[in-house]
Design a protein around this ligand. Structure first.
Ligand SMILES: *Cc1c(COP(=O)(O)O)cnc(C)c1O
Length: 406
C-alpha cells in the first residue's frame, strides 16, 4: 500500500490569496454595481514592452525554419542569455560573477521553492517575519519545518526573525544559529530595503557560523537609494556563502512568460562538495529551465531599446507607489516601504486586526489589499498595498481610503 508525503498534510488549508478571492467574490456577488479596485495581488499589469514582443516574434519565426530550429535548450540556459546577465547584472556593478555561475530557470518562485532540495533535512532555516510564503511552505513540504501551531502561526523548527517598525523592517541577527537563511531585499511584503553595510553584516555572520544565505533579489529593479545593493555579491565574501535568485517577472512583466535565474558561485562549497555542481546536477535531471523563445525575450530585456522601455514601466509603477505612500501618509497613516520597492506597508489603525482592516476597506472603499498577518505572525497589524495597478485606479483607491477618515 502506497503512502503519501505526510508533510503536505501539515500545510494549513486556507491559502491567503484564496481567502481574499472568496471574500471579494462574495462581496461583489452581493453588490454587483460596485467597482472594486484591486491593490492586493503581486502581479504586474502593464503589457510586455515592444522590444520583448519583437524578440519573441523573431524567435518564433526561427523555430519554424529547419536552419534555425532549436530543440532541447541547454540544461543551464543558453550562453547568449547567461553572458548577457553576467555582463549587465554583475560585471557592470563590479561583482565577479561569470556566465557559468548563472542557472537560467522558469522563475524565482520555482527556484526559491526548489533550492532547498540540495540541503540536508537536518538543516534549520531562518526566515524574515513577515515573509513571502514560498520559503517556509517549500521547507514544510520537504519535512524541515517541524510542527505547526495554528494559534501562534509558528512552525516549531523554523527560526523567525521579526521585521517590525522598531528595526526598520530589517531583521537582527538571530539568537539561535540557522543553517539556511532566507533573505529578500527589497522585501515582499514590507517593501523594506537593506543598506550595503547592513547586508555585509549578514554575509560576515553567515561565514562565521557556516550558514548559506538564500538571497531573493526579485525586486532589484525598483531600487532607488544609492546605498542599497542590487546584488548580494556587492558584499565581500558573499561568493563563498550566498546563492542569489532573480526574476524577470517584476522588472519586465514575465509573470506569465516565466523566466528567472539563480546564481550559484563556484566558490560556494560545503567541505569539498561544490553546491554549483549539485545545482547543475539538479537542473540536468529535473529540468526547470525556460524555452528558447523566452530566453531570447529575456535577452531583449538588456538591449538598449528594452532597457529604455522597461525603465518607463518601472517609473510608472514607482509613480503609483509614491502616490500611495504620500497620499496615505498625509492622511495620517504610518507607512513604510515603497521607495525601493513596489509595495507600501501600512500600519492598520489602532484597535483593528489586519483582516478587520481588509474587511473595512473592501466594504467601505471597495478597495482590496493584502492583510499583513497572511505573511507571518509579525505581519499582524499591518497591510500591504501594491503599486502594480493602473495609475488611474491607484489614485482613485487612495482617494477612497482617505475619504473614509479612519
Ligand atoms: C514575485 C516574486 C518572485 C518572482 O517569482 P517568479 O516565479 O519569477 O514570477 C520571487 N520572489 C518574491 C519575493 C516575489 O515577490
Amino acid at each position: 500500500m502506497y503512502k503519501i508525503n505526510d508533510n503536505y498534510q501539515k500545510l494549513p488549508g486556507s491559502y491567503l490569496f484564496s481567502t481574499i478571492g472568496k471574500k471579494v467574490g462574495a462581496y461583489s456577488a452581493a453588490h454587483p454595481e460596485r467597482r472594486i479596485i484591486r491593490l492586493g495581488i503581486g502581479d504586474v499589469t502593464l503589457p510586455l514592452a515592444p522590444a520583448i514582443i519583437e524578440a519573441l516574434h523573431g524567435a518564433v519565426d526561427e523555430m519554424g525554419k529547419a536552419e534555425t530550429f532549436r530543440g532541447y535548450a541547454p540544461d543551464l540556459g543558453y550562453d547568449f542569455l547567461r553572458e548577457t546577465i553576467a555582463e549587465h547584472d554583475y560585471r557592470a556593478r563590479g561583482c565577479d560573477i561569470g556566465a557559468d555561475e548563472i542557472f537560467v530557470s522558469d522563475g524565482a518562485k520555482c527556484d526559491s521553492g526548489n533550492i532547498q532540495e540540495i540541503f540536508s533535512l537536518d538543516n534549520r532555516i531562518a526566515v524574515c517575519d513577515p515573509v513571502y510564503p514560498v520559503y517556509v511552505d517549500s521547507n514544510v513540504m520537504a519535512g524541515r519545518a517541524g510542527e505547526y501551531d495554528p494559534a501562534s502561526q509558528v512552525w516549531s523548527n523554523v527560526i523567525y526573525m521579526p521585521c517590525t517598525a522598531e528595526n526598520d523592517f530589517v531583521p537582527e541577527l538571530p539568537k539561535e544559529t540557522p543553517d539556511l537563511i532566507y533573505l529578500c531585499f527589497p522585501n515582499n511584503p514590507t517593501g523594506a530595503a537593506v543598506s550595503r553595510s547592513k547586508l555585509q553584516e549578514w554575509v560576515d555572520y553567515a561565514m562565521k557560523v557556516g550558514a548559506v544565505i538564500l538571497y531573493d533579489a526579485a525586486y532589484e529593479a525598483y531600487i532607488r537609494s544609492e546605498d542599497v545593493p542590487h546584488s548580494i555579491y556587492e558584499c565581500q565574501g558573499a561568493q563563498s556563502c550566498a546563492i542569489e535568485l532573480r526574476s524577470f517577472s517584476k522588472n519586465a512583466g514575465f509573470t506569465g512568460l516565466r523566466l528567472g535565474f539563480a546564481v550559484v558561485p563556484k566558490g560556494l562549497k560545503c567541505g569539498e562538495v561544490s553546491l554549483h555542481d549539485m545545482w547543475a546536477r539538479r537542473h540536468g535531471t529535473k529540468y526547470n529551465g525556460a524555452p528558447y523563445i523566452v530566453q531570447r525575450a529575456g535577452e531583449a530585456v538588456y538591449s538598449e531599446a528594452g532597457r529604455a522601455q522597461l525603465a518607463e514601466q518601472i517609473a510608472y509603477y514607482r509613480k503609483n507607489a509614491d502616490y500611495i505612500f504620500n497620499g496615505l501618509r498625509d492622511a495620517g497613516y504610518r507607512v513604510s516601504g515603497g521607495v525601493d520597492s513596489p509595495y507600501v506597508w501600512l500600519k492598520v489603525p489602532e484597535g483593528m486586526t489586519s483582516w478587520e482592516f481588509f474587511d473595512c476597506l473592501l466594504e467601505r472603499a471597495n478597495v482590496v489589499g493584502t492583510p499583513g498577518s497572511g505573511f507571518g505572525p509579525s505581519g499582524e497589524g499591518y497591510f500591504r498595498l501594491t503599486a502594480f495597478g493602473s495609475y488611474e485606479n491607484t489614485v482613485e483607491a487612495v482617494d477612497r481610503i482617505r475619504a473614509l477618515q479612519i
